[in-house]
Design a binder for this molecule. Structure first.
Ligand SMILES: O=C(O)[C@@H](CO)OP(=O)(O)O
Length: 252
């Protein structure tokens, strides 16, 4: 029996995406292009009649703004919103604020890709109290410990229990759920949904600003599984081009 509809939306282009900087938990705004991507995402939701009943977003403004713009364009600006740090981007440790191409040139391809896409090797930790650290940020005051770096496995560990305990309940109740989040937090969720191995997830990149729809059913184990494995991008051509652009970051 099919149940809720899930829509995953990576935020539109941010200022640091445009500057090719590692971003992680640094709270940067959208560019004009990113604002346009948010609008287009909302139009796609409307055109495909995928109208969210509830929004889950990270605590970072690039995801929050993208959601606001998209929902406005889809005439769903009024739906309830749940914000949670567990949807935040992967914390990029001491790489936050560093240029990707320069980092690749300085440390070599292998180390660069290990930090960017390995499942369980985190970048070096950021020093607490420095410009791009979040250890004193009031929005994380409730956390036992604010991360100083994270690998994708760390994101899986914080995000999947939240998915199972909270977001899944809305989907099992038949709702259409929009999640606006980030390249790596969405990779963690897609890995879980599609059962992608620790090795293969390295090759999966999520484009900015294009809704990815999953139709879900409740499996024998009581967990949600996709009827359309891999999901369905509402603009597949733009998604393929966008994913290729993410994969090649560091080349410029
Ligand atoms: O910098 C970041 O936080 C992420 C997403 O933009 O980058 P990457 O795709 O290199 O993991």
């Amino acid at each position: 029996m099919s149940t809720g509809t899930l829509v995953l939306l990576r935020h539109g282009e941010s200022e640091w995406n445009a500057m090719n900087l590692f971003t992680g938990w640094v709270d940067v705004p959208l560019t004009d292009k990113g604002i346009g991507e948010g609008k287009r995402a909302g139009q796609l939701l409307k055109e495909h009649d995928v109208l969210p009943d509830v929004l889950y977003t990270s605590l970072l403004r690039r995801a929050i703004s993208t959601a606001n713009i998209a929902l406005d364009a889809a005439d769903r600006h009024w739906i309830p919103v749940v914000r949670d740090w567990r949807l935040n981007e992967r914390h990029y440790g001491a790489l936050q604020g560093k240029n990707k191409a320069q980092t690749k040139a300085e440390y070599g391809d292998d180390q660069f890709m290990l930090w960017r896409r390995s499942y369980d090797t985190p970048p070096p930790p950021i020093e607490a109290g420095t410009e791009y650290s979040q250890d004193a940020d009031p929005r994380y005051a409730g956390l036992d410990e604010v991360p100083l770096t994270e690998c994708l496995l760390d994101v899986v560990k914080r995000l999947i229990p939240y998915w199972e305990e909270t977001i899944s309940a809305d989907l099992k109740a038949g709702k259409t759920v929009l999640i606006t989040a980030h390249g790596n937090s969405l990779r963690a969720l897609v890995k879980h949904l599609d059962g992608i191995s620790d090795e293969d997830i390295a090759g999966l990149n999520i484009p900015t600003g294009i809704p990815l729809r999953y139709d879900l059913e409740v499996g024998a184990d009581g967990r949600l599984t996709p009827l359309n494995r891999g999901g369905t991008y509402l603009d597949p051509e733009a998604a393929a081009a966008g994913a290729a652009a993410v994969a090649s970051q560091g080349a410029k």
